[in-house]
Design a binder for this molecule. Sequence first.
Ligand SMILES: Cc1cc2nc3c(=O)[nH]c(=O)nc-3n(C[C@H](O)[C@H](O)[C@H](O)COP(=O)(O)OP(=O)(O)OC[C@H]3O[C@@H](n4cnc5c(N)ncnc54)[C@H](O)[C@@H]3O)c2cc1C
Length: 385
Amino acid sequence: MPVRATKRGDERTPLTGDYDVLICGASFAGLAVARELAGATRPDSSPARVLMIDRYEIGERQTSACGIPTAWLEALDLMGSHRQTFSELVVNTPYGTSRWPLPWTFSTFDYRELCALLAAQGDAEFETAKVNGRTGNTVHTDRGDLTAPLIVDGLGWRRVLAADGGYQPPDAPLSRGLEVHPDGSSDDLAIWIDRSIVPAGYGWNFPAGNELRIGVGSFDPYFHVKDNTVKLAEDLGSEAVRYQGNWIPHKLRRATEGDIFFAGDSAGHCLPLTAEGIRTAFYFGVACGRELRHVVAGEQTREQALQTYAAFNDSHEWKYRWMLRTQRIVPRLWPPLLNRIVGSMERRRFVEWSFAHYFRIASPDLVHAAPPPQRRAQVPASAAA
Ligand SMILES: Cc1cc2nc3c(=O)[nH]c(=O)nc-3n(C[C@H](O)[C@H](O)[C@H](O)COP(=O)(O)OP(=O)(O)OC[C@H]3O[C@@H](n4cnc5c(N)ncnc54)[C@H](O)[C@@H]3O)c2cc1C
């Protein structure tokens, strides 16, 4: 069980101040933004003041099954948190089991270790504080008000810093996910597409060394997944212990609103159909952090960064639309036909083609991509941000 380390009582001292960048949320998206801002300097070469806040200590609250294409762990130098690697996906339907040979490997990792490794690559200050809302460029927290010209919402699906107050489940494009983490081991990365487990969605077992992460995700936010998560764990001979669950956005949203940058689940960056949201949080977090770095350095204005980042987000819209379309179609397919499609995916060429496309939606090549050419200094440094 994670040890609760968040400041409480007398330790919860007032927290106020002005920063160059304020990153709200210190999970996958927030940490990726902070990484890109490491060593950022202002136009006078002084170090940028970057503050990252989260209601919990970094890595304290695991938010997922922590499965990701291995190439992303390698690109971000996070293999120190690696637990297990898989070269095939085992797909169970009521009619049988298929083994899809993946063209790239998938790995599980330890959340706490990954967050610590990623945080160490940045140099942002960190404080625990609960974000309650925002007025203009002031973020209100339970410890006081913080201001910054550049503010990132990496707070997850609630999109806390949105002007409209974010989503209210279940009446929102959100899926429901719940999993248990019993001790145990397996060589198979497995999913279940079976309407007796969940009418629209899938069940999973992601082994991670000596732990299994067994869960059920429902695309229908009204379908409760607890009983079937427990049943799946029991069917696999495991105990339903150490629960963790959350809402999972399945619709892309605007990546900027007013002066605020959104990355990860707050922008709906989690992929529909598969509910893969870690690598996309990294991907858009890296893209966002790079834009902010240019603003801090006085190489572009905040407005230019907002525009560039929003356009980058929007250029992915059609891919998200197709994934969402597939998410809606799959639960409606006649089960024997679905089973035939699942079986056909065992053919190497088909699985290679489809998974290569899927992988490219958020490729780790972005991490190594040459930084964009230095922006022209279109504005006096004083006007930047
Ligand atoms: C059961 C389940 C299993 C999943 N498994 C996988 C998987 O294996 N692979 C995958 O790619 N995706 C998976 N996902 C999806 C993935 O977890 C998310 O897409 C991903 O966590 C998004 O990252 P993020 O940084 O945007 O948001 P989050 O990880 O949700 O982080 C938000 C951060 O903001 C903080 N925060 C929230 N509100 C406040 C506030 N008011 N004040 C201060 N801090 C706040 C939180 O403490 C947290 O640290 C899973 C989701 C669920 C629910």
